[in-house]
Design a protein around this ligand. Sequence first.
Ligand SMILES: C[S@@+](CC[C@H](N)C(=O)[O-])C[C@H]1O[C@@H](n2cnc3c(N)ncnc32)[C@H](O)[C@@H]1O
Ligand code: SF4
Length: 339
Amino acid sequence: MAAGDLPAADTRGRPLRDLRISVTDRCQFRCTYCMPRDIFGRDFAFLPRQDLLTFEELTRLGRVFAGLGVRKLRLTGGEPLLRRDLERLVAMLAGIDGVEDIALTTNGALLARKARLLAAAGLRRVTVSLDSLDDAVFMALNDAAFPVAGVLDAIAVAAGAGLPVKVNMVVKHGCNDQSVLPMAEHFRGSGHVLRFIEFMDVGTTNGWRLDDVVPAAEIIALIGERWPLEPLAASYPGEVACRYRYRDGGGEIGVIASVTQPFCRGCTRARLSAEGSLYTCLFAGAGHDLRGPLRGGASDEALRAQVASVWTRRADRYSELRSLATRPKQKVEMSHIGG
Ligand SMILES: C[S@@+](CC[C@H](N)C(=O)[O-])C[C@H]1O[C@@H](n2cnc3c(N)ncnc32)[C@H](O)[C@@H]1O
Ligand code: SF4
């Protein structure tokens, strides 16, 4: 492939446009739907420091991916703000030709003290996770005794730093479905887009059962009964959230219905795990090692050819095929590759 040519799309015609970078597999929360404490306890072996890609390595890969068509980067984890001086990485990534957008997904615990530095470094927007406004419910889910007020404060500081904020709420049946309406009410009119996420069968440790999923259609019906809603068009091709707006002008909400309304068809995302493996699907069983070649002296051109070859062979559509018969036995954990 000549330099400057973008690779062909994958086997389903999907181009490579977004890269989600997990900068650490560690987290100070133990959300029951992601890193349950009985499995990821205090003694759980996280990756040794030397296994994580350095900021320089991540920037080099960022450049390789940008050369292949990636325009949006999202930093995630684990909890990305546990990675010291993350703003330095943001500044390095912001300097890459072709990168138009850098976002961060965070639990918010360390965001208040970092928001201004991150915005000054070139972060364009932030998604903050918050699953309830009720401390008892939220703490039962995060299993780290972290209070709601800490997250609300982080959201306010981030917005004050000029960062557009979205709020992610994972809805798990029997855990926080009663928090849907209070969350909708709180964020109506705030300018922050609240997005409800169906509990997904990511990884193998969160004990996922279909019965625990609250279908997005139910969430929309519940909210729409109280505050009438109307659907909005996607703001860009391949957007994962279905958007709605309050008819009374109260702003916008979204639902991410990866279980009940799979969006594999428009998926243009690649994912880089904290240890430098490339995954072409959130539900993948195995990644493609890039750290080995990166540390083994591979040229940029060789890395680019490797990524292009993985992408052009990509056929993933796990959510569309979701069934016991097709589910791989071992799937990568959310904390390794981020959401
Ligand atoms: C893995 S977290 C990483 C970033 C950060 N620690 C956070 O919580 O925002 C990214 C997103 O995935 C969501 N998530 C984690 N496990 C999930 C699951 N099983 N189903 C649906 N969403 C999940 C989280 O709520 C969060 O919004
Ligand atoms: S969802 Fe985020 S905050 Fe919760 S355990 Fe997973 S990585 Fe940590």
